[in-house]
Ligand binder design. Sequence first.
Ligand code: MCN
Ligand code: CUM
Length: 796
Amino acid sequence: MSQAVDEIKIGGLGASRKRVEDSRFIRGKGNYTDDITLPGMLHMEILRSPLAHARIKSIDASKAWDIPGVHLVLTGEMMATRNLAWMPTLSYDTQAVLATDKVRFQGQEVACVIADDPYIAKDACEAIDVDYEPLPVIVNPEQAVADGAPVIRDDKENQADNVIYDWEVGDGAGTDAAFAAADVISKLRLHYPRSHPSPIECCGSIADFNRATEKLTVYMTTQAPHIIRAAVALVAELPEHMIRIISPDIGGGFGNKVPVYPGYVCSILASILLERPVKWIEDKSGNLISTGFARDVYLDGEMALRQDGKILAVRMHTDADHGAFFSDAQPSKFKIGLMHSAFAAYDIPVAHLTARGMYTNKAPGGVAYRCSFRVTEAMFFQERMMQAAADDLGMDQAAFRRMNFVRDEDFPHRTPFGFLTDSGQYAKCLDVGLKAVGYVDFRKQQEEARARGRLLGLGISTMTEPLGAGNSREYDILGIKMFDSAELKVHMTGKAIVRTGARGQGQGHETTWAQIVAHELGIPAEDVVVEEGDTDTAPFGMGTYASRSTPVAGAAVAMVARKIRAKARRLAAHLLEVSEEDIEWELGRFYVRSAPDRGVTIQECAMAAYSNMPDGMEPGLENTAYYDPPNLTWPFAVYIVTVEVDPETGVWDVLNMVAVDDCGVRINPMIVEGQIMGGLTEAYAMSNMQFITFDADGNCVGANYMDYLLPTAWETPGFELHSEVVTPCPHHPIGAKGIGECAAVGGPAAFVNAVIDALSGTGVRNIDMPLLPDRVWEAITQRHDVSGAPPVRSDD
Ligand code: MCN
Ligand code: CUM
């Protein structure tokens, strides 16, 4: 009889184990960057530009220097003497650390004060006199390429205009030919507005340069500590052992904490100059006004269709507003991220995407916010386009999608843009969703309601997201290949520690990595400690974003555990005095094939690794695995929303929301559900209330939580989650696919489609997000599309 341990009982794969990190988080015992106090620590504050575009005529900091308690005032001029006024971005551009020549967006960093406490530093910032000469302001891509537009990046030698890139992918000629043969051509233009990740904890750093050891330690809120160390090592030409980056607990990242920000750099320089620790903690408006925004992209699309509903080709053009610096964190090869993952779930013969990126006088934008590099825009566009096309054909929304899905038997499938999708059960997910929402009945209700003047709507969105960058063949950031790592040490008592190159920000890695070890080795999850985020101890990895942790670092955890198991098998053979070939494994235990009762536990093997190893065997039970995934993982989801729109006010309420997510094998079903609910909440917020824009003068409108609304439990609708479809990832060691971002990626289109569906018959094809009541009301009463593109009038 098997003596294997019970996997669910030990918290292995599939156990809804409670999150171990929460025991400290919910008791207020987290250790965030701002919780750290070092002896002799000083505080830094940043002076930001009030203007969006202006030449700096002079900066007079003498009054600030005179304030008691001020230790240092940093300006661009001083940074320039150390060659630090500009820094490289993750997209091969440059970004001003502190402005020297011009300011290029409102909120740009102009000077820093380092003082005894943050209040003195803040007061001293206000004592700095900056003489600005205002320049014409550009707030959207159209203005950026207009005749006579001022060149924003006149600091760059070969930059004669505001265009950053002109990029294309796919088959232009083939697409043209398919369009020429189409029965119907469906068109849609929309703007995916700026949105801001706005994690509860803002960005910050504490730099601590030790003159005696010459070592620089930086505590910082980064999702990718090793990338930061690599960047500092390469830019400052310092060896890695002199730089230690520590990401303590992170209060939410959502992509906001991937880029490198001037505040980090200034705190480092200040600590080196002053030889004291320097802490910089950004405030909320600083975070909202200056750190990585997402989206802000205009999408133009056309779909070539056969009368029966078959999609023949897709043509897409995007104009992306990157703000003043091109600082996207994304794989180097792809200028507009993975926008070309659009339509990956549909069997479309040919497609073409052209993309232009523009500089504007806005904070650098285009970072990923809960999406794998622009996949949010891609999927939003895809599903809005699918809805418009089905309407143009007069086809049922569900039937149109089903007939164009890649079929289960067609995997692996090459998408028209060249991705290889490998698994999924798309139609099944759709069927589960339709049944759950009561599709047929709802359509009837909708008809009846309409007859009585009530507007009901139903929106379907599907998404497949390419998660888990790399593989190293195609994915790199600044030439550093994208893979990840895990190190596992099993102590003699059978307890273990696992460290990875990822860095969770609330996703539950401390819980789930231990579950993978439990699954592979039978060591109870509670005996496995997880550590991430310290470059002195963690193996090299590319960090946590693009939901890559499970696909890459999580795979590395499984692989390193397998290496440990292979060594433990040799120890077991030695303990049981049989040859290795005679040994069998069941969870937690090796036994002799011919005598199953004779066995040793994994814990006994661990003890033997330190006390009773065979002659010639290296002692200890630890190893490291670097994992370079063969492909991305391709989770799939169907989100269906029903709404009622009030025609008098434009207010819309969610009646029901059904989510069917297939992320392969779920390590921890409860955590997966938490990730989906969080993502749906953000999707709802983006579609319904989150509004951050710029007026014609480049003033950021919405840089506070009075205007930029974070959804609370009060306004967030309930979600019905379905987990019955599981298509294991064929190449991931435990069959898992990423999940962290799926709902935020696929969710927004479901909400918007539902509202547009409620308006059917009015001729309204599009309302740009957020679907604020006044926009919906305008669409209903004026019977036209409502664009959300800035600039809004400056008197608004
Ligand atoms: N998981 C699982 N089974 C799967 C897939 C994932 O149990 N098949 C678990 C994982 O083990 C992990 C969590 O779900 O605990 C998310 O895993 P994964 O999909 O690999 O995503 P990452 O860990 O790489 O997290 C990144 C992702 C991103 S990119 C953003 S943005 C985002 C998100 O996670 N930011 C978050 N979710 C967030 N959740 C919180 N609380 N805070 C953030 O900042
Ligand atoms: Cu795409 S935001 Mo997340 O990748 O950190």
